[in-house]
Design a protein around this ligand. Structure first.
Ligand code: PMP
Length: 381
């Protein structure tokens, strides 16, 4: 029996039947000509999603955290100092990674639910310089979207390598690698790309590749991009067996993205986010994240007085919609609702309906259908 449960957490996201079908195709040899061709086409497609013609792409079995690790170990020598801009749990992860690899760091942190402002970054950089700056585009813990483009403008022409963690944004929000002057864009497939988890996807600029080549050795073997470079240039070569089925599925996902078109896809994400927020307001709920840094890919939603986290989420699950609990300071006080990837009106409607019904079951007075009515005007793209 197919499980009809809708997974509306901030990753993994619902997987489109075409991607599931691609994943289920017979596993081939990793050097079979058909697979090599698909792998190459997949890398080319990802470059289109990243809006880059010049970056060197790497896609390896792993996860978003491996991609974060690859960014640091390949570019920052032990003892060099980086600036971490953090608006939550995943930004802070760069701090832990830095410690693990003896990288010196400074951290510019915002209050949870807010982002470091461009002015704060600009004024900080007047007095200091670093080997690199890390930016978390959307922090999945706080639902906060950083003003990434503005940060990039401030960093333009400076020595720092610009590392963008796009895990909770790529494929749902614009991240034009070349235009923003990024040196690294790292991501994972299980969020707005809409593929089951299992890979680290990461692009390096020429400046970043030069930096890697200037380091004689790095504290990594599997994560060393120089060992992967020949495979990315010609996927028929071997270094470590690629995740054949996952790559075929990722290829299918990138085909879906390009068929939809980047503009339409980003506009769909923006409209769905608006629809969901209009519905939340209509049912008497609010977002934890400040209005000026809301993300198009997820919402962190405060519970109204009297609603108990565990009860609400189990009622939602009973209605066939899984949402995630809050992390850190918002645990128990808010839930996290993913709204990214290959979703449309049916998924959004089912989610809003389940929110309305769950609140009503738990004693809130809700006018039947008010959430859906508030969302409807936004559900076009
Ligand atoms: N960065 C961000 C912004 C994330 O949301 C996540 C995962 N939730 C990661 C990094 C780590 O990715 P993974 O869980 O695939 O290791």
């Amino acid at each position: 029996m197919i499980d009809e449960t809708l997974t509306m957490i901030p990753g993994p996201t619902p997987v489109h039947p075409r991607i599931l079908e691609a994943l289920a195709r017979p596993t081939t040899s990793h050097v079979a000509p058909s697979f090599v061709e698909t792998f190459s086409a997949c890398l080319d497609n990802i470059k289109k999603v990243f809006e880059t013609t010049s970056a060197q792409l790497f896609a390896v079995a792993g996860g978003g955290t491996l991609a974060m690790e690859m960014a640091l170990v390949n570019l920052i020598a032990p003892g060099e100092k980086i600036l971490i801009i953090s608006q939550g749990y995943f930004g802070d992860r760069f701090e832990e990674l830095s410690r693990a690899f003896d990288i010196d760091f400074e951290i510019l942190k915002s209050e949870w639910g807010h982002a470091v402002t461009p002015e704060e970054l600009e004024s900080h950089l007047r007095d200091y310089s670093y080997a690199a700056v890390t930016i978390t585009h959307v922090d999945t813990s706080t639902g906060t979207c950083a003003p990434a483009e503005e940060y990039c403008r401030i960093l333009e022409g400076r020595q720092e390598l610009v590392i963008l963690d796009g895990v909770c944004a790529t494929g749902g929000m614009r991240e034009p690698f070349d235009n923003w002057g990024l040196d690294v864009l790292l991501t994972a497939p299980q969020k707005a790309l809409g593929v089951p988890p299992g890979m680290a996807i990461i692009a390096f600029s020429q400046k970043a590749m030069d930096k890697r080549k200037s380091l004689a050795s790095i504290p990594a073997y599997y994560a060393d991009i120089m060992r992967w470079l020949p495979i990315m240039e010609n996927p028929g070569r071997y270094y470590s067996t690629p995740c054949v089925n996952e790559i075929v599925a990722l290829h299918e996902a990138t085909e879906i993205i390009l068929e939809e078109g980047l503009d339409t896809r980003f506009s769909r994400h923006a409209q769905i986010a608006k629809a969901i927020r209009a519905a939340l307001t209509a049912v008497g709920m609010s977002t934890f994240t400040a209005d000026n840094c809301l993300a198009d890919t997820l919402s962190v939603v405060n519970y109204p007085e009297g609603i108990v986290d565990a009860e609400f989420r189990s009622e939602m699950a009973r209605l066939g919609v899984v949402v995630a609990g809050g992390l850190g300071p918002v645990a128990g006080k808010a839930f996290r609702l993913g709204h990214m990837g290959n979703i449309g009106v049916p998924e959004v409607s089912k989610t809003i309906d389940a929110i309305e019904k769950s609140l009503a079951t738990l004693g809130k007075k809700i006018e039947k259908g008010c959430g859906l009515a508030a969302a409807a005007p936004h559900l076009h793209w």
